[in-house]
Design a protein around this ligand. Structure first.
Ligand SMILES: C[C@H](O)[C@H](O)[C@H]1CNC2=NC(N)=NC(=O)C2=N1
Length: 101
């Protein structure tokens, strides 16, 4: 998977395809809201499995009933790359099964 930094236009184009995701400084970010603390915790575990599979890891924040992710690509010096959007897309796919929005 390429780790070339994306241009600002490429970032904005990709964010348009990922409702709920935004750019926060040099990272992309999303906060999901879930029904219960346990549901949020279960989603964190599922995200961790995906991150290990992709070998690409976000900073995860578990709240009372929220899961926050922020991510960029360390191997690209902290730039935003395709790998970050691949992870975002994978998490978006599982979110409905967790009742996350
Ligand atoms: C050695 C290991 O494969 C690398 O450090 C992986 C691990 N997880 C990672 N996560 C993120 N966000 N960026 C990386 O460049 C990265 N690289």
């Amino acid at each position: 998977m390429p780790t070339e930094p994306l241009s600002q236009k490429e970032i904005e184009d990709r964010l348009r395809e990922l409702p709920g995701w935004s750019q926060e400084g040099d990272r992309i970010a999303r906060t999901y809201r879930l029904g219960t603390h346990f549901a949020a915790t279960a989603m964190v575990v599922h995200i961790a499995q995906i991150q290990e599979e992709l070998n690409h890891h976000s900073d995860l924040t578990l709240g009372y009933n929220t899961v926050g992710l922020t991510v960029n690509t360390h191997d690209a010096g902290g730039a935003i790359t395709e790998r970050d959007f691949d992870l975002a897309a994978r998490v978006e796919k599982i979110a409905p099964s967790h009742g996350a929005n």
